[in-house]
Design a protein around this ligand. Structure first.
Ligand code: BES
Ligand code: ZN
Ligand code: ZN
Length: 448
């Protein structure tokens, strides 16, 4: 093209003439799916601004000679386009004057593999955006019963069985953690289970049953160990683990993945009232382990503990993965470059790292040793929920949870406290809730 300077920055566009847009894919070296995901996000933002209704992307075959690579590139492009165009506007009021959203965008891709990938990418991108919408929904709307009803809606839409254990049943079953954390709120806690059970399962994964557990604290005031100095603002995002699990289940069911997956959401609101649990309370959890509450702000591990031990006892999982905004400390250690994760099972750990590499949702493994488990011992009960010697918070969280998972079961714990929300904004999701973990979980389930 003579006479015009084509854009070179990744994802930048230039209008060539009416209906023709040049889109920069960035430098030829290193052109891959991850790049295309970012290009997709930027392109989508441009198309929204232009109010475009149809696009055709030329030259898709030149992406790669390998059809499988074109497929994953098509997937990444769709993911990026959806992530780039998400916004939360359902609660915009009469004072808002935002441009209306794009109604539909028709996309033409001249390659079958890329198109197949593109449809899969749409399902996954919708899962991520659904997770972001749940995370963004404010705590006066998104309380525990709201989460249960969203799960039921999802189940009806996509053919998944949903079971809800309400607080009364939870108390009867001995879920002392879920009950204690939720008892200070007028909106009762619950455990929500969503089951994806495909008709046909290939023999390779016939015996597999993956369980995904999400911390779903709809609001975390800290309880009587109250969050201070503005530390409470943003704690509506403390349900991001559960939101990621909901989003992953949406994608898994709409892709009809041929493997059995069950989601377990531990849902509660951590509030202050005359009924709230206190520091010094001693409670007994579902598997009989007693816990001395040293800090009511370490509530996520208490609800997760009941969810994990209930899942182990009743669902016969072959692998269990929990995802939680568990500790601010994980961000102190790792920043918002990756999530911290814990996994002492080699095969599962390799799967997690593999999925992290292929989705770009990066993780870093932290240690979980017997010494860490000992660090959680209590003088008056079996264990404490937080050690007053404030150190190694992310590891403390994992060490605590390990008391509630069957010893030989492959288990991974993802601490996403520093990844769930982006303050500085990133190329893919901008600022706000990221839906972090949906893409990783969906990829991982496919590799089990
Ligand atoms: N929900 C918080 C963790 C968190 C903090 C998430 C900041 C996102 C941003 C969690 O329940 C919590 O309060 N954790 C405590 C643990 C401590 C009491 C052992 C923390 O991080 O200080
Ligand atoms: Zn807390
Ligand atoms: Zn919390």
């Amino acid at each position: 093209m003579r006479g015009v300077d084509l854009p070179t920055e990744t994802g930048a566009t230039l209008q060539l003439d009416v209906g023709r847009l040049a889109l920069s894919m960035g430098p030829a070296a290193g052109f891959d799916a991850a790049r295309l995901r970012v290009v997709g996000a930027k392109l989508a933002r441009t198309l929204v601004r232009m109010a475009a209704s149809t696009i055709a992307i030329d030259d898709v075959r030149s992406w790669s000679a390998d059809a499988a690579v074109r497929r994953s590139m098509g997937q990444a492009l769709a993911e990026g386009m959806l992530l780039g165009s998400w916004r939360f506007d359902s609660l915009d009021g009469s004072a808002s004057r935002r441009e209306p959203k794009l109604a539909t965008l028709r996309v033409f891709l001249g390659d079958r593999s890329a198109r197949e990938g593109f449809s899969a990418g749409l399902a996954i991108g919708e899962g991520v955006n659904a997770a972001r919408t749940v995370a963004a929904t404010p705590p006066n709307v998104a309380n525990p019963p709201w989460i249960a009803s969203e799960a039921r809606k999802l189940g009806r839409q996509l053919g998944m069985r949903v079971r809800v254990i309400d607080h009364r049943k939870a108390a009867k079953l001995g879920m002392g953690g879920l009950v204690a954390v939720g008892q200070g709120s007028s909106a009762s806690p619950c455990l929500v289970m969503i089951e994806w059970s495909p008709r046909r399962v290939p023999s390779r994964s016939r015996d597999q049953h993956v369980v995904l557990v999400g911390k779903t604290i709809t609001y975390d005031t800290g309880g009587y160990s109250l969050k201070v100095n503005n530390g409470m603002k943003g704690m509506k995002y403390d349900k991001s683990g559960g939101a990621a699990v909901l989003g992953a289940m949406r994608a898994i069911a709409s892709l009809k993945l041929p493997i059995r997956v069950t989601a377990v959401l531990a849902v509660a609101e951590n509030m202050v009232s005359e009924r709230s649990y206190r520091p010094d309370d001693i409670i007994t959890l579902y598997n009989g382990v007693s816990v001395e509450v040293t800090n009511t702000d370490a509530e996520g591990r208490l609800v997760l503990a009941d969810a994990l031990s209930y899942a182990c006892a009743t669902l016969k999982p072959t692998a269990i993965i929990d995802i939680a905004t568990l500790t601010g400390g994980v961000g102190v250690a790792l920043g918002n470059f990756c999530a911290g994760y814990f996994c002492e099972d080699r095969a599962l750990s390799a799967l997690v790292e593999n999925s992290a590499a292929s989705t770009g949702e990066l993780v870093w493994r932290l240690p979980l040793w017997d010494a860490h488990r000992e660090f959680m011992r209590s003088q008056h009960a079996d264990i404490i929920n937080s050690n007053p010697l404030r150190s190694a918070h992310p590891i403390q969280g994992a060490a605590f949870l390990s008391y509630f998972v069957e010893p030989k079961l492959p288990w991974a714990h993802l601490d996403i406290a520093s990844m769930a929300v982006s303050e500085s904004g990133n190329d893919l999701t901008g600022t706000g809730p990221t839906g972090w973990g949906v893409r990783l979980l969906v990829d991982l389930v496919q590799k089990v």
